[in-house]
Every structure is written in structure tokens, then in C-alpha cells.
Design a protein around this ligand. Structure first.
Ligand code: ADP
Length: 395
């Protein structure tokens, strides 16, 4: 059974084709600059890469191009006809309070995703356009929506309620939702298998360009660092994470427009804002090593915020089985992992420096054998999780 996984961004489509039985990735790629004068596609299949520069005006043309590439590129191509695709799984950013699991898409689900568009104005309309285009081109094939927020619907009111006028929640749905759920869910399931415990207590850190942490009790999410939007919580590549909300009014008072403040907090803050060097941790760390004091500060601020949440989540859990690192930074930066866990041995996390320096595509432990709480690096695979949900729901 072949499953197509689709992730539509505001001007891009990422995709992967899976063989559901073996879970092998048969092909995949990225179309960028959709709607611009010239779009760029990189398609990978069987170790070869194919590139196209042509104008992709909208998502329907984009999905059409993907189906064309899947049926023509490769020796032989992974499928001969689009009809061989059994179903498609779509990443959808915001499912609001409506979706606590992935779901097979019908007209009511489309309406519900649309209803959440004002909570994720950049993402949900693009996700929806991608779903509609795929439904049109793969007419008879079932489609599944996999929400970034669904995993966190188990959070208790004490964790998701903001201490603001309650009417904001009742009327405008202002609450914590949490994001990156597909990644946190994937690594939590892996950790449960590694621990041999069906419902463990975990702290999972997804650290990429965006970053978030989840507190998991008995296998279910009970807290998350991201909030109404993915802007809250950890320090990220360009997002500020937690700040005093009064900073917004203060800067408005200094003459910045609301748009300028929003842009600054979303695009010009985080590692980039503090360091002035880059949003990419590799660049920031090399600058720090070369003596750039602001780059060194950015690294410290990043680690400090994450460490603070490890402590907060340990307090929420009482007992914790494992801390899990994933995402580009979580998987690939031993120095950042070491900084985040620095000084936590008295709390039960005893890092083993040598193990922490390892790399690998398989999960590996980074704590000493006697550590009361284990820490693991577990590579994430959100697309595979979407493919698995799709198989489960169309079976
Ligand atoms: P996204 O959130 O866009 O999917 P990724 O999960 O790919 O991003 O993470 C990107 C981040 O991972 C960047 O900040 C990059 O610097 C970091 N990263 C990737 N490889 C390394 C590495 N070897 N050392 C440190 N950071 C790394």
C-alpha cells in the first residue's frame, strides 16, 4: 500500500511517498516559492535527485507536479499511475479543541479546519488548500488530517488555561494548545518502547528552528511550552518564546507599529535577535567560539530557558522515566544538550559526556547507567507518523 504524506506551508509543499508495509520512503521532495514567478522543485527518488524550475501557480498545480514526478522519475518510478496511491495524510497545524486525534477528512472536517484558520492564519489556509487540491486530483482516495495540536488535548484545564478574563476563552478560544504534537508523539512512543513501559512519564524536547517541550504523564501530554500560537515557550531560531507581555505595550509606546512588534517577535528574535549573527545554532555556536560575546549570550539564553522548563516539568511530574531530545538541534548538538542538562545530576539526570558526543540515526542514551532518570536522543520522523496514522484510519 502506497501512502502520500503532504505538508503544505504558506508557499511550499513538502511530500513523501511511503510503502506502508515496509515503512520505506520511496520518494520525496520539496516545492518552494509557490505562486511566485518561478518555483523550484527538488524531487528525490532511489538515490537520485531531480530538479525543476517552473511556475507553480497554486497548490493544485503543485500536487499535480508531485504526481507527475512520482510516476515519471526513477528507474523504475515508485508508481506507474497516481491511482496506486491508497491514501494521503496531511499535516494540519491547528485543530483547536475539536480534534484529539487524526481524522479521516470529510466536508465537516474541512469546515472545522477552516474554523481554526484565525488561530493559525499562515498555516491552516495553506493546509486546507493542499487538502482540497489533493482531493480533486486523487478523487476516490481517502485523505487523513494529522494535527500538530491533537496530542495535547489531554492537558488539564490548569495547564491550558491562561489567567486572563475567562470570556477570552469562551468567546475567542484563547488557551494553550501546544504544537509539534506529531513529533512529540512519535518520540514518546519510541521512548515507551525503549523503556518497556506502556505509559511512561517523559519530558520531550523538540529543538529545531522552532522548539517546544512536552510534559507527559502516564503516556499522555499534561503540559507544553507552546501556547495559543507557536510563539510561546522556548527560545527559537527567530521566535522570542516567553517574554513579559508588557514588553509589547512598552515597545508600542516607543513608536513601533503592531506589525513591526509582531515581526520582531516572530522573525527577528530568538537566536538571531540575541546574537545578531544567525538563526542557525551552528553559526551562532561557531561565532561564540570565535569570541563573539552576543553569540555566546544567545547560546546561554537558549539553554537557560530549556533547562528551566526541564525543572518545571520535573516538578509537575514528581517522577520521570526519561528526558528525550529530538529535532535538528536536539539530535545533532551534543554541546547544547550538555548545557541544557548541566547541573541536573542532583535532580537525577546524570549525563555521560562520552555517550552524549555520539551521533546516529538510531536512538541512543546519553546518561550514565546508574542515572535515576534516563536521557535519550531519539530522531524524530513526523512524516512516518502521518503515514502510520493514515494507514490506521483508512484501513
Ligand atoms: P525545522 O524546525 O525547520 O524542521 P530542524 O529540525 O532541521 O528545523 O533544525 C534546524 C536547527 O538544527 C538549526 O538551528 C541547525 O543549526 C540545527 N542543527 C542541525 N545540525 C546541527 C549540528 N550538527 N549542530 C548544531 N546544530 C545543528
Amino acid at each position: 500500500m502506497k501512502i502520500l504524506v503532504i505538508n503544505c506551508g504558506s508557499s511550499s509543499i513538502k511530500y513523501k511517498l511511503y510503502d506502508a508495509r515496509t515503512e520505506n520512503e520511496l520518494a520525496g521532495g520539496l516545492i518552494e516559492r509557490i505562486g511566485e514567478q518561478s518555483s523550484h522543485t527538488v524531487h528525490k527518488c532511489g538515490g537520485a535527485a531531480f530538479e525543476r524550475d517552473n511556475r507553480i501557480a497554486d497548490y493544485e498545480m503543485g500536487i499535480g507536479q508531485i504526481l507527475d514526478l512520482l510516476t515519471t522519475c526513477g528507474d523504475p518510478p515508485p508508481i506507474e499511475r497516481a491511482e496506486e496511491i491508497a491514501g494521503a495524510g496531511h499535516r494540519v497545524v491547528h485543530g483547536g479543541e475539536r480534534f484529539a486525534d487524526s481524522v479521516r477528512i470529510d466536508a465537516r472536517v474541512l469546515d472545522a479546519i477552516d474554523h481554526c484558520a484565525d488561530l493559525a492564519p499562515l498555516h491552516n489556509p495553506a493546509n486546507l488548500a493542499g487538502i482540497r487540491a489533493t482531493m480533486k486530483l486523487l478523487r476516490t482516495k481517502p485523505q487523513v488530517a494529522v494535527f500538530d495540536t491533537a496530542f495535547f488535548q489531554t492537558m488539564p484545564p490548569a495547564a491550558y488555561t491562561y489567567a486572563v478574563p475567562h470570556a477570552w476563552y469562551d468567546q475567542y478560544r484563547v488557551r494553550r494548545y501546544g504544537f509539534h504534537g506529531t513529533s512529540h508523539r512519535f518520540v514518546a512512543a519510541q521512548a515507551a518502547a525503549l523503556l518497556g513501559k506502556a505509559k511512561p512519564n517523559l519530558i520531550t524536547l523538540h529543538l529545531g528552528n522552532g522548539g517546544s517541550m512536552t510534559c507527559i504523564r502516564d503516556g499522555a501530554a499534561v503540559d507544553q511550552t507552546m501556547g495559543l500560537t507557536p510563539l510561546e515557550g522556548l527560545v527559537m531560531g527567530t521566535r522570542c518564546g516567553d517574554i513579559d507581555p508588557a514588553i509589547v505595550f512598552y515597545m508600542l509606546g516607543k513608536g513601533l507599529s503592531p506589525d513591526a512588534v509582531r515581526r520582531a517577535l516572530e522573525k527577528e528574535s530568538g537566536l538571531l535577535g540575541v546574537s545578531g549573527v544567525s538563526r542557525d545554532l551552528r553559526d551562532v555556536m561557531s561565532a561564540a567560539q570565535e569570541g563573539n560575546a552576543r553569540a555566546a549570550l544567545a547560546v546561554e539564553v537558549f539553554a537557560h530557558r530549556a533547562r528551566k522548563y526541564v525543572g518545571a516539568f520535573l516538578a509537575e511530574l514528581g517522577t520521570c522515566d526519561a528526558v528525550v531530545f529530538t529535532g535538528g538541534i536536539g539530535e545533532n548538538s551534543p554541546p547544547m544538550r550538555a548545557r541544557i542538562l548541566d547541573g541536573l545530576a542532583p535532580l537525577g539526570i546524570d549525563l555521560d559526556a562520552q555517550r552524549n558526543d555520539a551521533r546516529g540515526s538510531e536512538p541512543f542514551a546519553i546518561t550514565a547507567d546508574g542515572s535515576r532518570i534516563a536521557a535519550w536522543v531519539i530522531p524524530t520522523n513526523e512524516e512516518l507518523m502521518i503515514a502510520r496514522d493514515t494507514v490506521r484510519l483508512i484501513a
